[in-house]
Write a protein that binds this ligand. Structure first.
Ligand code: CTP
Length: 210
C-alpha cells in the first residue's frame, strides 16, 4: 500500500515558501492502520513532524514535484494508493536562488505561479489503475457542500473511492468525520479519532479488494 500524506512546501526563495495547514495525521494514521492490518506500507510524506509508524517505509519530500516523482517511483510495487496529501495546487514559477531582499522602496515582489501535476489523477489514469490492478483512494478537504464537492471530485479524479471531510474543522485535530463516496452513493463514518477512522477505512478498502 502506498500512502501520500501531509502538506507540500513550494519554495519562493531559500528561506521562504508556500504551504498549507495539513498536519499529516490522517495519512500517518492510514499508514499505521494498514500496517497493523498486515499490509506492506510505503508512506510518502511532506514536511511534518510526526513519528514514522512502526514497520512503515517512509520517503520524505518537500515539494509537489518531489511528491509526484516519489509516488510514481513507488506505485508500480503497490496494489492500493491512498492519496491523503494536501498537495499545493500551484508553485512559484521560479524559486529565487538567493533570499529576496527589500530594497527600501516599499515595492512588493511579483510572484507568478505554475499549476502542479495532479498526482492522484495521474496515478488513477495509469494502465494498472484502469485495469483494476491498482485501487486508488482520494481524499477531499472541503470547506462546504461536502457531498456535492466530493461526488464531483471523485468523477474528476477518476477514482473508485473518494473520502470527503471538512478541512478547516480537522486540520491539526486528532479526530474527524468522513464521508465515503463511491459509484453507489455516500456513507458516513461518524465523528471519531483519526486512528479509529483509519482502521474503519482500511477495513472498508479491504472489503472492496476482496
Ligand atoms: N491531489 C493530488 N495532487 C494534486 C492535488 C490533489 O494528488 N496536485 C489529491 C489529494 O491528495 C487528494 C485529492 O487529490 O487525494 C483531492 O485533493 P484536493 O486538494 O481536495 O483537490 P484539488 O484537486 O486540489 O481540487 P480543489 O483545490 O479545487 O478543491
Amino acid at each position: 500500500m502506498l500512502v501520500s500524506a501531509g502538506p507540500t512546501f513550494e519554495a519562493i526563495d531559500p528561506v521562504r515558501g508556500i504551504t498549507n495547514l495539513s498536519s499529516g495525521k490522517m495519512g500517518f494514521s492510514m499508514a499505521r492502520a494498514a500496517r497493523e492490518a498486515g499490509a506492506e506500507v510505503t508512506l510518502v510524506a511532506g514536511p511534518v513532524h510526526l513519528p514514522t509508524p512502526r514497520g512503515v517505509n517512509r520517503v520524505n519530500v518537500q515539494s509537489a514535484l518531489q511528491m509526484h516523482c516519489a509516488v510514481l517511483q513507488q506505485v508500480d510495487a503497490s496494489q492500493v494508493f491512498i492519496a491523503t496529501a494536501a498537495v499545493a495546487d500551484w508553485r512559484p514559477a521560479s524559486a529565487a536562488d538567493q533570499k529576496i531582499k527589500k530594497d527600501g522602496s516599499g515595492q512588493t515582489p511579483h510572484l507568478s505561479f505554475i499549476e502542479n501535476p495532479d498526482i492522484l489523477a495521474d496515478v488513477a489514469r495509469s494502465p494498472r489503475a484502469v485495469a483494476g490492478d491498482l485501487f486508488c483512494v482520494g481524499f477531499a478537504a472541503e470547506s462546504h457542500d461536502l457531498l456535492a464537492h466530493a461526488t464531483a471530485k471523485r468523477a474528476r479524479k477518476g477514482v473508485p473511492l473518494l473520502v470527503g471531510n471538512i478541512g478547516p474543522a480537522t486540520f491539526g485535530q486528532d479526530d474527524n468525520a468522513l464521508l465515503l463516496v463511491d459509484s453507489q452513493g455516500a456513507r458516513e463514518l461518524p465523528h471519531a479519532s483519526k486512528h479509529h477512522l483509519a482502521r474503519a477505512l482500511i477495513a472498508d478498502i479491504a472489503r472492496r479488494l476482496a
